[in-house]
Design a protein around this ligand. Structure first.
Ligand code: PEP
Ligand code: MN
Length: 340
């Protein structure tokens, strides 16, 4: 349920209303825009009398929210959420490019790639330490040592770092990590999501391989329900009947998610396609569709990569792509300005 307040409400009346709502056993999510103040109610609102609320002097309107996600809902929070990663902002017009290898493999590899992606214009560094692999015989990541190397690369370049957590037991190792990634395979690991909801650290939540948009938003809701508002959504391709690409990139997820939610939306064209030569066109299309950023795999020696080499870009190819992404960004921003 949301309560839209009249423009000229006074704070005494607002305090009384909030006290009354709290006594009803609901939690209040407050959103103050330039022209509109909204109180979003989370919890069981079935016993709350809408007519009684509507009759209050400071209330403009009261609406029930049909969707099961509340905190993640744009109706609760009409303005875009801006996730601030130690000064690097995503959302609300701030666009960022996260780049780096699928896996951290060695000190030399992560240092070289980190410096190359930074020089090319990436603003955050990615690198997997705990790797979810289909085969138990495939490279599983350097684990704690991988985190250490990633943090060294952070110190060297100044880039904030993004890496994936696979299990709650690994959380201690993530203390200095700037953004915790929840991968596609863990999107519905509800115990993990509940734990992450207690942190005040940005979470990059990837869409599951066969998950609907609503399921993705419900997983975001899990993280937000405990008070962590710093959630970034990521579309990374979904499982369809198509086999020409590793997954099928659902670009429409960008406008759909941005309509339903205020959270920033990223696209991962690397896992979506699985093929390096398809990554640039999908990255540009996603940028044109209005995403808030991209996460792209880059490797200094893709044929020898320990994971996801076929979809990894060489640093020089990535650098050329960043230039094109910037041109698309300029073009769509100009179009938006002209339309007024
Ligand atoms: C990754 O980012 O390396 C990864 C494993 O991604 P996803 O969860 O999207 O497959
Ligand atoms: Mn990968």
């Amino acid at each position: 349920m949301i309560i839209v307040l009249k423009e000229n409400y006074n704070s005494k009346q607002l305090d009384n209303l909030k006290q009354w709502l709290t006594n009803q056993g609901v939690r209040i999510h407050e959103s103050y825009g330039v022209h509109q103040a909204i109180l979003g109610l989370v919890g069981d609102t079935t016993h709350i009398d809408i007519d009684l609320l509507k009759a209050l002097e400071i209330v403009e309107d009261v609406k029930r929210i049909q969707e099961p996600y509340k905190n993640a809902n744009r109706k609760f929070h009409p303005l875009d959420t801006v996730v601030d990663i130690n000064g690097v902002k995503i959302g609300g017009g701030h666009f960022q490019i996260i780049a780096g290898p699928c896996s951290v493999e060695s000190e030399a590899q992560i240092m070289e790639v980190a410096q190359a992606v930074k020089a090319a214009g990436a603003t955050l560094l990615r690198g997997g330490a705990f790797k979810p692999r289909t085969s138990p015989y495939a490279f599983q990541g350097l684990r704690q040592d991988g985190i250490k190397l990633l943090l060294e690369a952070k110190r060297l370049t100044g880039l904030p770092v993004v890496t994936e957590i696979m299990d709650i037991s690994q959380l201690e190792a993530f203390e200095e990590i700037d953004v915790i990634q929840v991968g596609a395979r863990n999107m519905q690991n509800f115990e993990l999501l509940k734990k992450l909801s207690t942190l005040h650290k940005p979470v990059l939540l990837k869409r599951g391989l066969a998950s609907t948009i609503q399921e993705l938003l419900m997983s975001a809701e899990y993280i937000m329900s405990g008070g962590n508002t710093q959630v970034i959504l990521c579309e990374r391709g979904i499982r369809t009947f198509e086999t020409a690409t590793r997954n099928t990139l659902d670009i429409s997820a960008v406008p759909v998610l941005k309509g339903l939610s205020h959270l920033p939306v990223l696209i991962d064209p690397s896992h979506a396609t699985g093929v390096a030569k398809l990554v640039p066109s999908m990255a540009l299309a996603a940028t044109a569709a209005g995403c808030d950023g991209l996460i792209i795999e880059v490797h200094n020696d893709p044929p020898r990569a320990l994971s996801d080499g076929p979809q990894s870009l060489l640093p020089e190819v990535f650098a050329g792509l960043v230039r094109k992404i910037n041109r698309v960004r300029t073009a769509i921003c100009e179009t938006a300005e002209k339309r007024g």
